[in-house]
Ligand binder design. Structure first.
Ligand SMILES: C[S@@+](CC[C@H](N)C(=O)[O-])C[C@H]1O[C@@H](n2cnc3c(N)ncnc32)[C@H](O)[C@@H]1O
Length: 199
């Protein structure tokens, strides 16, 4: 099954499988910044984009899933916000601008793509821009509160520091948190939370 087929299937139910509230860490960190252009790769059903747009960010969302976009557009319409949402693989898309902030919230990629992806994200970040990332720690594979079942899709904090060594890592923490993000992220989970900036 292709990646887009898998995600279209997951998003085919009427409920928002990761909920409609923004990820807490993204909300907390974006709230500390001056608003500007925000890129959300792997944005899915739009929960982060809608919160950011309501809070005056100029949002570009990207996802490989057309079904994700359709659900996101319904959420945007319900909140009367305008968001540029592109369907495609983030690794293949070109952008005519850089972003003041990028939010990577549970975008899981296989090991062989992680360095290429990190280079692309760093290029898309504007000078003085901020990267905010939350992802599952490899220990999460033992839990049923969300996340991939293939170990290849996880990353350790040290690997993240290496992949993003072109940025200044402001903070990187492994935390056990209680996730309450729809039916697919629910319960105690081991996550990595990272903030990095560009010179
Ligand atoms: C676990 S979901 C998280 C969705 C959203 N970030 C959230 O927190 O609600 C991962 C998302 O990444 C998307 N995705 C995976 N690989 C992608 C890629 N290469 N390019 C764009 N989107 C991708 C999937 O379609 C899916 O919507």
């Amino acid at each position: 099954m292709s990646k887009s087929t898998k995600w279209n299937k997951r998003y085919s139910s009427p409920e928002y499988v990761y909920g409609t509230e923004p990820n807490k860490f993204l909300k907390q960190e974006l709230s500390k910044l001056a608003t500007g252009r925000l890129l959300l790769p792997g944005e899915g059903e739009g929960r982060n984009a809608v919160w950011a747009a309501i809070n005056k960010w100029e949002v570009t969302a990207v996802d490989i899933s057309q079904m994700g976009k359709e659900k996101a557009m319904k959420l945007f319409a319900a909140h009367d916000v305008n968001i540029n949402y592109r369907v495609g693989n983030i690794l293949d898309l070109n952008f005519d601008k850089q972003f003041d902030a990028i939010g990577l919230i549970y975008l899981h990629l296989p090991k062989e793509l992680k360095q290429t992806f990190a280079i692309k994200i760093a290029q898309l970040l504007a000078p003085k821009g901020t990267l905010i990332m939350e992802t599952f720690h490899p220990e999460q594979i033992l839990r049923n509160s969300g996340g991939p079942k293939n170990p290849d899709y996880f990353v350790t904090p040290n690997e993240l520091k290496t992949y993003f060594s072109m940025l200044n890592i402001v903070s990187i923490e492994t935390q056990e948190v209680y996730l309450n993000e729809g039916a697919h992220h629910k319960g105690k989970a081991m996550v990595i939370r990272m903030v990095a900036t560009k010179e």
